[in-house]
Design a protein around this ligand. Structure first.
Ligand code: NAP
Ligand code: GDD
Length: 345
């Protein structure tokens, strides 16, 4: 008999990658999708069409009873809690909902496992994040953040995730649950939501190429992120739950790049060289050969507090899990732009 898995956030970026990976490994995959969606609902249909092998279960991280029912129905060997309000900028606008879903939702999922009698048998993965480090207290510029670095979250999202992180550690220590935190640095790809900066850029580049858009509006160009490919990161999640002992691991590339660099590489894919002119909110990116402005700043996208620099140290995951990212930064940018060129042509 193959293993059974329950994935929350199945409709999100990582949910799709993980479902595919585990299906290919022979798992019976159950996925939680929220809302009161009938099988005829377009969103339900879209997920079903992309992942026909997934049994979809209607449930919500805010509703403990729905999660208990989901665990009872799926009878999983492993649960991956990927669901969250995951947009950092949005979390400033809706901090209370973010606390409820991204923070309290984790304890709801853990309690659903306990109430279903699965605390000794079900392995649990929590989607923790580099946002918990926050970019302050950064004292290892050469190597990046590892598992024992200080946390100093800079957004309601980061604060909510920190609760999720520690409650996962607490259930491991209190009840002996096989519960792991994957502290993942940014990971992107063709399934990334277009509200996140990388996909916003790759989509805009494709639309500008085909004359569907004139200008890309962005916020802070100078923050740095450690960007990897989501397909590589779900492999690391799975490896965490296959160990003899539960533990927490950083997954990262060990490289960091600015939003500005991402823009430059992405536009290069359509043979546009970006020249930057002006400063602060007046800065623009122009097409060096035509002088036309293709990037401008919209302060609406600035955040009340910013994480200026994220760089991860994946040494522990590489040593213990034998995990290593495969896709590098230029490869990631190219993959995303090529994908969007295909969609927009
Ligand atoms: P995502 O694309 O935003 O997916 C999150 C999913 O959570 C969505 O499908 C969403 O459902 C679902 N969700 C939201 N509220 C819910 C609720 N109340 N009940 C049930 N489901 C709910 O995020 P992702 O990029 O795949 O990331 C997966 C997880 O890893 C998230 O927890 C994120 O915070 C964390 N993380 C991501 C990264 C990254 O770089 N991608 C890095 C570190 C950690 P709808 O589709 O209905 O909106
Ligand atoms: N979204 C967005 N939109 N971000 C912009 C924009 C814009 O127009 N312009 C500049 N940025 C900057 C943000 O200010 C931030 O510094 C950086 O681009 C990355 O923003 P996002 O792509 O929204 O990702 P994030 O780093 O805030 O959060 C992602 O990674 C976290 C892990 O570090 C999300 O996936 C989180 O869920 C995840 O935990």
């Amino acid at each position: 008999m193959g293993k059974r898995v329950l994935i929350t956030g199945i409709a999100g970026q990582d949910g799709g990658h993980l479902a595919k990976l585990l299906h290919e490994k022979g798992y019976k995959v159950y996925g939680i999708i929220r809302g009161q969606m009938e099988a005829s609902h377009p969103r339900y249909q879209a997920v079903k069409q992309e992942m026909p092998y997934v049994e979809l279960i209607m449930a919500d991280l805010l509703d403990l009873s729905s999660l208990v029912r989901a665990v009872q129905l799926a009878q999983p060997d492993e649960v991956y809690n990927l669901a969250a309000i995951s947009h950092v900028g949005y979390s400033f606008r809706d901090p209370i909902l973010t606390a409820d879903v991204t923070g309290k939702g984790v304890v709801n999922m853990l309690e659903a496992i306990r109430l279903s009698g699965g605390e000794k048998t079900i392995r649990f993965y929590q989607a923790s994040t580099s946002e918990m480090f926050g970019g302050l207290d950064y004292n290892r510029p050469d190597k990046g953040y590892s598992e024992d670095a200080n946390f100093h979250p800079r957004s309601p999202y980061g604060v909510a995730k920190l609760y999720g992180h520690w409650i996962t550690v607490n259930y491991r220590e209190s009840y002996g649950m096989f519960a792991c935190n994957g502290i993942l640095f940014n990971h992107e790809g063709e399934r990334r939501g277009s509200e996140f900066v990388t996909r916003k850029i790759s989509k805009a580049v494709a639309r500008i190429k085909y004359g569907k858009q004139d200008v890309l509006e962005l916020g802070n160009l100078d923050s740095k992120r450690d960007w990897g490919y989501a397909g590589d990161y779900v492999e690391g999640m799975w490896r965490m739950l296959q160990q003899d002992k539960p533990d927490d691991y950083v997954l990262a590339t060990g490289e960091t790049h600015t939003i500005r660099e991402f823009c430059e590489l992405a536009f290069k894919e359509i043979s546009i060289e970006i020249k930057w002119q002006g400063s602060d909110a007046e800065e623009v990116g122009v097409d060096a050969s035509t002088g036309k402005t293709v990037i401008k700043i919209n302060p609406e996208f600035y955040r009340p507090a910013e994480v200026d620099l994220l760089l991860g140290d994946p040494t522990k995951a590489e040593k213990v899990l034998g995990w290593k990212r495969k896709v590098d930064f230029p490869g990631l940018v190219k993959m995303m732009v090529d994908h969007d060129l295909g969609l927009e042509s």
